[in-house]
Design a protein around this ligand. Structure first.
Ligand code: PLP
Length: 470
């Protein structure tokens, strides 16, 4: 009996498919390519494949669909073509060691349990849109945080929640810039800043951060680059990619320039708790109330919750003359309706109570140990120097150009990937003007980090030999 049914199954199944094909729930043209049914006889197309039309209307050439010209100067190489190559290699079965992005969770740095728990218990309240600037409680907690950081005059209306700092960076420059307006952006930079300014029609003007001076911003260079069109200056402190942490005196000099030239200060402080060697962070917005500051922060790094997409920006200082700009910010905030609500529920818990990041960066902490290990291993390689990071999650080493005559640093990154299966980001990905730098994260555990940097060392040895520098 069972045998008879089995032999008839293909016919029964075929009839079923034939019926479905004529059923209106599955419009023939649309469903045909997609529906693959797993049946006892292996994979089987539910419908015969129907060839679609060529898309050509008789006699008309097919129009190519191209990206907008607004993207011509936009570049984000942290997830650029080298990563694409790494993806292909993974598909071919290669195991790649990824030192390219500061995504903490994939290296076993989990978000604190209390945050996860509170987000879960609030899930049932999180299905509606919230106020466009965000829920009251997390914004209030952020107001308190600005008070801790001594930023004057922040009320709840000055706090905007976003889907990560990334969204707010794009919004804040879009609300400000007209075509040709200039924004001072550091080099090296976190490249989203340069990209966002370009995308908004503005012109990023890079000011130098000086490797010989611990990667601090070069005030003389900033002065030289201010023009009548300069609208704002971006200060990334603690810094990605260099790991620099700026002293108060330096921040004060930037504030003085901003005051003198009426510039907005965009302060990206997303790593303000990832500090080593007992260092402390000063929020630049705490240094004046007569300059307009937009300060950015979030849960991605300090709380190891990149995926929650929970970030915020705070408007402080000289707001009276910025009413129109603030109206623009409110407009863009409303247009995207709200930040994701589950992520908003994580913020109050994160900012209050026990700060487990201190265990990771303090003596014996995993991040501190890995920073020290990566620094030693990298600087032991002939011709490699590095300013030891005081903060954040990255190293930005320099390759002596005499020993490593690199013409194209993206090509260098490709070669390292192909030979040693290690993915880094080349310095030009951070708008660095030379070809002698690259960035690594020191997030893998000590064994993996030792393996990864060992591979970099082996690759560089080969590079020296090939160039007669061994
Ligand atoms: N700003 C800096 C300096 C960063 O390094 C990053 C991410 O790496 C961001 C902003 C983006 O943060 P978010 O995850 O909140 O979008």
């Amino acid at each position: 009996m069972a045998g008879a049914i089995l032999t008839r199954l293909p016919r029964i199944f075929g009839k079923m498919m034939e019926r479905m094909r004529h059923c209106s729930v599955f419009p023939r043209e649309t469903a045909c390519h997609a529906l693959i049914i797993q049946c006892p006889f292996g994979k089987m197309d539910a419908f015969p494949r129907v060839r679609r039309g060529s898309g050509k209307t008789e006699g008309q050439p097919v129009r190519e669909i191209r990206k907008s010209k607004k993207l011509a100067d936009v570049c984000y190489d942290i997830r650029g073509p080298v990563l694409e190559k790494a993806r292909q290699m993974e598909e071919e079965g290669h195991k790649i060691i990824k030192l390219n992005i500061g995504n903490l969770a994939v290296f076993g740095f989990d978000a604190p349990d209390e945050i996860v728990h509170d987000m879960i218990i609030n899930m049932s309240n999180a299905s509606g849109y919230t106020d466009s600037k965000g829920l009251f409680a997390p914004r209030k907690a952020i107001v308190h945080y600005t008070q801790e950081k001594k930023v004057p005059g922040v009320s709840i209306e000055d706090v905007y929640l976003g889907n990560g700092v990334s969204e707010l960076i794009v919004m804040s420059v879009n609300a400000l810039l007209n075509t040709g307006d200039e924004v001072l952006v550091p080099t090296p930079d976190y490249p989203l800043w340069t990209a966002a300014v370009s995308l908004s029609g503005g012109k990023p003007v890079h000011y130098a951060c000086d490797e010989k001076a611990d990667w601090f911003p070069d005030i003389a260079d900033i002065k030289k680059k201010i023009t009548a069109n300069t609208k704002a200056i971006v200060v990334i402190n603690p810094n990605n990619p260099t790991g620099a942490l700026y002293p108060v005196e330096l921040l004060q000099q930037i504030v003085d320039l901003a005051r003198q030239h009426q510039l907005i200060v965009f302060a990206d402080e997303i790593y303000d708790k990832v500090l080593y060697d007992g260092e402390t962070h000063t929020s630049i917005a705490s240094l004046a109330d007569d300059v307009l500051f937009i300060t950015f922060n979030g849960l991605s790094k300090n709380y190891r919750a990149c995926g929650y997409r929970a970030g915020w920006m705070v408007v402080s200082g000289e707001k009276k003359h910025a009413r129109d700009y603030i109206e623009g910010l409110n407009m863009l905030t409303s247009m995207r309706l709200c930040a994701n609500a589950p992520g908003q529920y994580a913020i109050q818990t994160a900012l209050g109570g026990y700060q487990s990041i201190n265990d990771l960066v303090g003596v014996g902490g995993r991040l501190l140990r890995q920073r020290d290990l990566a620094y030693k291993l990298l600087t032991d390689i002939p011709g490699v120097t590095c300013v030891k990071p005081k903060s954040a999650l990255y190293m930005f080493p320099r390759l002596d150009p005499m020993m490593y005559p690199i013409a194209d640093d993206q090509e260098f990154a490709y070669e390292l990937l192909a030979e040693e299966r290690v993915l880094i980001v080349q310095g030009s990905g951070f708008n660095c003007p030379d070809t002698s730098h690259f960035r690594v994260v020191f997030l893998p555990n000590s064994d993996d980090l030792t393996d990864a940097i060992g591979r970099i060392a082996r690759f560089l040895e080969g590079y020296r030999k090939r160039n007669g520098m061994a």
